[in-house]
Design a protein around this ligand. Structure first.
Ligand code: MG
Length: 245
């Protein structure tokens, strides 16, 4: 039934090409099954290799701005940067295409909510394609919205989420989409992700920019920033480095 609904939505979206996105019920693109198997793993705490660009060394936000280009206003403490609710997403000043990206993240030890409200943040490649950050240790949400999902597109292969309040790692290998002269997408973006050293996305083909409502469509673009999401929860990041491929 879900496939029928999504097929119908896809067809409708093709006709409307996202113009009426607000009319879509966000629940239609939630997939609750299958539930990825739980795997216990340790974070990979790797130092930046010599040819990496260090995006956050624990001390300053010099590589980052707010979404509107003003100075980033997340809190820096104990070698980590933390979302300050309402200060907004932050993004790198530099723009990237194909990359290898390492970062470490931590959801709050203090549990105050459920599902999408518990430790929600996200890593956006090229400002568009979200790898979800969430406390999915012992919290239920739709599978294509849990930690390690490519939000509302790809369910993680397993659930390697660690405990809230403990550091975890993502190692991402990202291939940017390619566009032809007419702006048509020639090859999609691809993402491979290791969560705490475990492969959770294996060369997953991305459908288009992350959408809360409706299905995505590609629009041609060039290089873009890495963006970290302020979803209202005090999620922390540290040791962020990137290698251009
Ligand atoms: Mg998110």
């Amino acid at each position: 039934m879900k496939h029928v609904v999504i097929s119908a939505l896809c067809f409708t979206s093709l006709l409307g090409h996202a113009q009426n996105r607000d009319a879509f019920d966000p629940k239609v693109t939630e997939l609750w099954e299958p539930k990825p198997k739980k795997v216990t793993a340790m974070p990979v705490l790797s130092a930046a290799p010599s040819d990496a660009i260090v995006l956050f060394n624990g001390r300053d936000l010099g590589e980052w701005t707010s979404g509107d280009g003003s100075p980033a206003q997340w809190e820096i403490k104990d070698g980590a940067m933390t979302v300050v609710k309402g200060k907004g997403d932050i993004k790198t000043k530099r723009q990237f295409g194909d990359v290898q990206l390492h970062l470490e993240w931590r959801t709050p030890a203090l549990i105050e909510s459920e599902g999408q409200g518990r430790g929600n943040s996200g890593v956006f490649l090229q400002e568009r394609y979200e790898l979800q950050v969430l406390d999915s240790y012992e919290s239920t949400t739709y599978s294509n919205g849990q930690a390690g999902s490519i939000y509302k597109q790809h369910i993680p292969l397993v659930n390697a989420t660690g405990k809230p309040g403990e550091w975890q790692s993502y190692d991402i290998i990202y291939t940017a989409p390619r566009f032809g002269d007419s702006g048509r997408m020639v090859t999609p973006a691809y993402m491979t992700v290791l969560h705490n050293g475990v492969v959770i996305q294996n060369h997953a083909a991305i459908w288009g920019p992350t959408e809360f409502k409706g299905l995505p469509f590609y629009d041609a673009h060039g290089k873009g920033s890495i963006k970290l999401q302020d979803h209202g929860n005090p999620v922390s990041y540290r040791n962020i480095w990137i290698r251009e491929l």
